[in-house]
Design a protein around this ligand. Structure first.
Ligand SMILES: Nc1ncnc2c1ncn2[C@@H]1O[C@H](COP(=O)(O)OP(=O)(O)OP(=O)(O)O)[C@@H](O)[C@H]1O
Length: 578
């Protein structure tokens, strides 16, 4: 859009107008041919010197007597110029861009070559300017450019070289037909300058150096030197006319092309600056809009490519400019990569967080359900436990009622076997389950049989376990809170001790009632330990010949005697256990 505004005037009509105005001057052809001869002579001198300086191979594209076109083509890549300058002033151009094989013969015009080799030419011109030599415009090496200024510059360089080779005698002063040097003018264009300013300054250089193209000079009153007027298309129009006013028709196309090249250069320059501004804004956007990193990346990528392209092609760029953009680009890419990684990590963390939340909700729900179930089960268990205690109590009552029904006092009879050496004459006639029949000795020649009933009668072959089986239910009654007394009664040697305790050599099978009863007592109390707590104590005494002795006394009171009136309930041959 900017280009359309700047180039809104009709270049064709302008050229025609200028040609028409200056038609009258075309008659002075002799003067023109003389000028051309002089220019050719100077050009040949320059070509010869350059060929000698860089060698025939180095200057292969520069004939010894070149035409103006050949001269321009031979030098437009700046390689010969830089190499010659480096020979005269070593290190003046640190880096010379070498030409690709096909670049020097590019047939499509100078504009493309100017871009390709602009760096060489620019560096050459900067160095020459720093040396105080007359310079020329880069566009002078393009088609339609002013080769005369190039010739002038190189002749000045030649003069300088000669002065150095002569040992630097005296102060060097170039006295060719050059115009005064443009000292004080900085060739490198400042990027901040507006287009019209740039064009104005360029014209000023032309005016002071060569052909009077200045807009600062009052040319027939059509061109204003007022900078403010240069901003409109009308003064621009006038400027173009002024530039072309005193030019020969055959020079006009070249000049117009040269001007167009400048316009294009400025246009490129402005585009570069605009893109630079855009890239700065777009590069900032991704950091602010964290929700759309992929889109920002593409935008940044495009911008980067464009900046690259602009930097490469911009005629106003220099090394500093390029390094700055390169660094910026590198920094932006690094930040973009870092941002992408952070975005990715944030997405992963969000995903993990959501998954964890869902998991937590699931576990909370599960926990609540299980907690409710557990509560219900505990309630059921508590209810069952309460029922169990009721049932247990009921069972206890029923159990002991059964024991009562069996008889609160039970009497058992046990007949011991014969001892070794005893006469085997028994008075026991018959033993039934609950009775025993005794045959008394003959009295008056007549046998007497008498039967006795018991809860149970045990014969000589009855084992200890069989005898204890009928007593065992009473042990449980003890733990249910009932008082129980088991004792053995009989004459000496009838087997009381054997029944209640067991023989001298005790085994599992021969243990008597009291061992078995105590064993059951501890077993049942252990079974009920969760519901009841029991205390068990044992006392063992002997009553013999009206004497009561504590059989478990350990303090020497083995023969401790108890008052007899406390033991009236016991007979001397009873063994008391509970
Ligand atoms: N059922 C039995 N089987 C085998 N041997 C027995 C049996 N009963 C008793 N005896 C034996 O008979 C003997 C006398 O028994 P025991 O000492 O138990 O009688 P006791 O009634 O305790 O006598 P005391 O009143 O004099 O103490 C012992 O040698 C004992 O081993």
């Amino acid at each position: 859009m900017a280009a359309e505004g700047v180039l809104s005037f009709s270049m064709a009509s302008l050229v025609e107008d200028v040609v028409r105005q200056h038609g009258g001057r075309l008659s002075d052809r002799d003067l023109a041919s003389r000028k051309e001869e002089q220019a050719a002579s100077r050009r040949y001198e320059v070509a010869g010197w350059l060929r000698k300086a860089v060698g025939v191979v180095g200057a292969k594209d520069l004939p010894a007597e070149p035409t103006e076109e050949e001269f321009r083509i031979g030098l437009r890549n700046g390689i010969v110029l830089c190499n010659v300058l480096n020979k005269v002033q070593p290190g003046a151009v640190p880096k010379v861009v070498e030409a690709p094989a096909d670049a020097a013969v590019s047939p499509d015009g100078a504009a493309l070559s100017a871009y390709q080799y602009f760096e060489n030419v620019r560096n050459f011109l900067v160095a020459v300017e720093e040396m105080g030599l007359p310079t020329f415009e880069a566009s002078d090496l393009n088609q339609g450019g002013k080769s005369a200024r190039v010739v002038n510059c190189i002749l000045a360089l030649k003069s300088y070289s000669d002065w150095k080779q002569s040992g630097c005698n005296g102060s060097w002063k170039y006295s060719g037909n050059s115009k005064p040097n443009i000292a004080g003018k900085c060739f490198v264009r400042k990027n901040s300058e507006p287009f019209t300013g740039s064009l104005s300054r360029t014209s000023s250089i032309n005016e002071k150096s060569f052909d009077g193209l200045s807009v600062e000079t009052n040319l027939s009153g059509e061109v204003s030197s007022d900078p403010s007027e240069m901003n409109s298309s009308r003064p621009l129009n006038a400027l173009v006319k002024a530039v072309l006013t005193d030019k020969r028709p055959d020079e006009v196309p070249g000049l117009v092309e040269s001007m167009l090249i400048k316009v294009m250069e400025e246009f490129e320059h402005r585009l570069t600056r605009q893109n630079e501004g855009r890239s700065t804004v777009k590069d900032v956007v991704p950091f602010e809009d964290s929700k759309s990193p992929p889109k920002s990346k593409v935008v940044a990528g495009k911008t980067t490519e464009r900046v690259k392209k602009d930097i490469f092609h911009s005629d106003a760029s220099n090394d500093e400019h390029r390094i700055k953009y390169s660094n910026d680009e590198h920094r932006i890419l690094k930040q973009q990569v870092s941002l992408d990684q952070q975005q990715k990590h944030i997405q992963e963390l969000r995903h993990t967080l959501n998954a964890t939340k869902v998991g937590m909700q699931f576990f909370q729900k599960k926990y609540f359900e299980e907690f409710t179930n557990l509560g219900q089960q505990i309630y059921g268990l508590a209810h069952a436990a309460s029922g169990y205690h009721k049932v247990l109590e009921e069972n206890r009552k029923l159990y002991n009622q059964v024991q009562d029904l069996k008889g609160s006092i039970r009497v058992y009879c046990r007949v011991r076997p014969f001892m070794p050496g005893q006469t085997r004459i028994s008075t026991v006639d018959h033993i039934d389950d609950g009775s025993i029949t005794i045959v008394t000795p003959l009295k008056y020649g007549k046998e007497v049989r008498r039967a006795f009933n018991f809860n149970k009668a045990f014969g000589p072959s009855a084992t200890q376990a069989e005898v204890f089986a009928d007593t065992q239910p009473l042990i449980r009654s003890v733990l249910d809170g009932y008082n129980v007394c088991i004792f053995a009664y009989g004459q000496t040697g009838s087997g009381k001790t054997h029944t209640m305790t067991g023989p001298r050599e005790l085994t599992e099978e021969t243990r008597g009632v009291n061992f078995r009863a105590l064993s059951d007592l501890f077993f049942l109390s252990e079974q009920r330990r969760d519901s009841f707590s029991y205390e068990v104590s044992v006392q063992m005494i002997e009553i013999y010949n009206e004497q009561v002795r504590d059989l478990l006394a350990t303090d020497g009171g083995l023969n401790k005697r108890y008052p007899l009136h406390d033991l009236t309930a016991f007979h001397s041959f009873f063994r008391l256990f509970f």
